[in-house]
Write a protein that binds this ligand. Structure first.
Ligand SMILES: [Zn+2]
Length: 306
């Protein structure tokens, strides 16, 4: 029809809010259309950060020229069920901020939801693997995790996050940052593994030292990483008993740098399997550091259909 204007394609926006930078990825049903990031700069106040965010969003809107249908946000801080930030060690001035109200003010035209990095990592990896029931473990500075069941994050937006890193796997284990003892994170994070390796070696151990020593088959390095693998397998077995995912995906910077880890976790999953129970298949993450941003876009697509 002469003069007809093509309808604007709705845009799904993912935002990964980090402690030092913020990344954006916009997609339409046809694929990605925009990807940008900015660094926060010096810490000042949550209001200053939100103004910075609003400025970037305004530029993005101008570039896109299409309405935002839904926005998914990866938020590393702890958010209470009523939408308030209760803790964020990297940007403590956000504590007390009403995240739900602030995001809705930024995106009045769109459906908005947030989730933590682990939950969104799981969602992105589940999409990448085309697997609707997937357990994700991100092993880095901490241990993050997420579970996708029937294609959706569990327990789901506004129900809290899947904090597998704070599940107790050793009753009298080492202290965790959360105040308990024996949390998975206190045993299996990158720093916890390096500390244990240093104790066993009786000398300081860097990540590169550990990798090198593993390659050489040094006992202190193998023992340190084996205990990490066994703790990860214990936590994953607990999830398997309760919720029966189809597979486990291992991501995070530490896991990416230790190629032995996935195989050892698999061995310990076999060790823990009850008679008649098949151990979970384990594989490496497909998306690496991109998983939370990709997961934020997936979250946007998920809430847009509601
Ligand atoms: Zn803990």
């Amino acid at each position: 029809m002469p003069g007809a204007v093509a309808p604007l394609k709705p845009v799904y926006l993912g935002i990964d809010i980090g402690g030092t930078k913020v990344a954006f990825r916009a997609e339409t049903d046809a694929g990605p259309v925009d990807e940008t990031a900015f660094a926060w700069g010096p810490r000042h106040s949550a209001a200053a950060d939100l103004a910075r965010l609003a400025g970037h969003v305004a530029e993005l809107r101008t570039r896109l020229g299409s309405p935002l249908r839904a926005v998914g946000v990866a938020m590393p801080g702890t958010v209470s069920p009523d939408g308030r930030v209760t803790a964020w060690p990297n940007r403590p001035e956000w504590t007390g901020l009403a995240l739900d109200v602030s995001l809705q003010e930024l995106f009045p035209e769109a459906a908005v939801a947030w989730a933590d990095d682990g939950d969104l990592g799981a969602l992105a990896e589940a999409r990448a693997a085309d697997c609707g029931n997937l357990l994700y473990l991100g092993v880095g500075t901490g241990v993050g995790g997420g579970l996708v069941l029937r294609g959706e994050p569990c327990p789901g937006p506004s129900r809290g996050s899947f904090e597998l890193g704070h599940v107790v796997v050793e009753l009298d284990g080492p202290p965790c940052v959360c105040g308990r003892r024996g949390c998975l994170q206190a045993i299996a994070s990158g720093p916890a593994t390096l500390d244990r390796a240093a104790d066993l070696r009786e000398a300081a151990v860097t990540f590169d030292d550990l990798r090198q020593a593993l390659g050489d088959g040094q006992l202190w390095a193998v023992s340190a990483v084996r205990r990490t693998a066994r703790a990860l397998a214990a936590a994953a077995t607990g999830v398997q008993e309760l919720l029966h995912p189809d597979r486990l995906v291992l991501g995070g910077g530490f896991a990416a740098g230790i190629p032995e880890l996935a195989g050892w976790v698999s061995e310990h999953l076999t060790e823990f399997a009850r008679p008649g129970q098949l151990p979970l298949p384990v594989g490496p993450a497909a998306l690496g550091g991109l998983s939370s941003l990709r997961g934020a876009v997936s979250l946007a697509r998920l809430i847009a259909t509601r």
